[in-house]
Design a protein around this ligand. Structure first.
Ligand SMILES: *Cc1c(COP(=O)(O)O)cnc(C)c1O
Length: 404
């Protein structure tokens, strides 16, 4: 369904509300329909295989190949990222798996950040070797280190900025130019922490953007999802491989919830940033706090890059305390009334959790000595990862300060 647009390019706020949405031609419903149908009755005889479907195929055939409500969300996220087209998956990790296993083959090399989102980090370390895909790990905040780590068979460079949980940024424009010069085919940016309001990686030279829609874009903590945005030619192959063959598609119900969440992304991101900046300053000034890492603070070691690359500093930060983290974490579980002590992030309500360095090294990163030292320089014995919601900053601080 294409909508009339005679006004030319629309602003981000208008795009967030209207992209992918239209008045239903049958019922004249103004809000998106929730279409749960698994199959679709064709008007003309068509082939049964997904290979028989292309852009000239009218309508939908089977919901694993594509379905109307999910397609509406795909149009919205593609428009928000300024990309040609998008695919949605059952989770962020499902989107990451689709890209990695849909694009790479045995003998290819994947260059990954040495610390990034645990689910993707463990997929690379535990699963890929069984399929003959080589992965190696580098500090992607260091362009020279990435230059040295690219191999002749490097087919994909994975970037996550800011990174979960290290809070380090990577220079997407510089790394994309480097990858291009060195013949690396795919630059992927996990832009979950940023959202397209803050950073548009495709405009900086990346080939693919992925998001956990479970986080900021859905924004309400009630629907899991993931998406990949990229060029049409690349995405058609990914549709066949990852949706039709792997099958990790998004439920239409989740697409419907996330569509509704995405419409208010600009308003929410402004509120996240406002409350986060307030809390980051309060935390930094508090005697119980050793340090705070928030891209919006001048004390962040990459504040200049953050100002260049992020139009919104988002709601994510980490902080270390002088007192041992687990004791404070237990006080948070017992005391907090507004912020929930829980994993996940990017929801309208604030969330906090403790990430112990020994734990994450053992479960996930398994760094060698140099990378372990770099991670420890950022995270000490562990960090509190705080996802600041859209509540009032003063209320959040009154709740949190009692635990410090
Ligand atoms: C949460 C997250 C993911 C994974 O998303 P799920 O929806 O939980 O599968 C990937 N990358 C980042 C940066 C995340 O924060």
């Amino acid at each position: 369904m294409t909508k009339k647009n005679t006004l030319g390019p629309l602003s981000f706020a208008t795009t967030a509300v209207h992209a992918g949405e239209f008045v239903d031609p049958v019922t004249r419903a103004s809000s998106p329909n929730l279409v749960m149908s698994a199959t679709f009755a064709p008007e003309k005889l068509t082939g049964f295989s997904a290979r028989d479907q292309d852009e000239s195929t009218e309508g939908f055939v089977y919901a694993r190949v594509g379905s109307p409500t999910v397609r509406q969300l795909e149009e919205k996220v593609a428009a928000l990222e300024g990309g040609e087209t998008a695919l949605c998956f059952a989770s962020g990790v499902g989107a990451g798996h689709a890209l990695i296993c849909g694009r790479l083959s045995a003998g290819d090399h994947l260059l990954m950040p040495e610390s990034n989102y645990v689910g993707i980090a463990e997929l690379a370390r535990d699963t890929l070797p069984r399929f003959g895909i080589e992965a190696s790990y580098v500090d992607t905040s260091d362009v020279e280190a990435v230059t040295a780590a690219i191999r002749p068979n490097t087919r994909m460079l994975w970037i996550e900025s800011p990174s979960n949980p290290s809070m380090m940024l990577s220079d997407i424009a510089a790394l994309s130019a480097l990858a291009r010069a060195k013949g690396v085919r795919d630059v992927v940016v996990d832009s979950t922490y940023c959202t397209p309001l803050a950073t548009r990686p495709l405009e900086l030279g990346a080939d693919f953007v992925m998001h956990s829609l479970t986080k900021y874009i859905g924004g309400h903590g009630d629907a899991m999802g993931g998406c990949v945005i990229g060029r049409k030619a690349d995405m058609a192959a990914l549709n066949l491989e990852a949706m039709v063959h792997f099958g990790g598609i998004m439920s239409p119900f989740n697409a419907w919830l996330i569509l509704r969440g995405a419409a208010t992304l600009p308003l929410r991101m402004a509120a996240h940033e406002k409350a986060a900046l307030f809390l980051a300053q309060k935390l930094e000034a508090h005697p119980a706090v050793k340090n705070v890492l928030y891209p919006g603070l001048p004390s962040h070691p990459q504040h200049d890059l953050a100002k260049r690359q992020m139009k919104n500093f988002s709601g994510m930060m980490t902080f270390q305390t002088h007192e041992a983290g687990p004791a404070i974490a237990q006080r948070m579980i017992d005391t907090l009334e507004i912020t929930h002590y829980a994993v996940s992030l990017g929801h309208h309500r604030s969330l906090i959790c403790w990430i112990g360095t020994d734990d994450i090294e053992k479960s996930t990163f398994r760094h060698g000595p140099e990378a372990a030292a770099r991670y420890r320089a950022l995270a000490g014995d562990g960090v509190f990862r705080l996802s600041v919601g859209i509540e009032d900053g003063e209320d959040l601080w009154a709740d949190l300060v009692r635990c410090l």
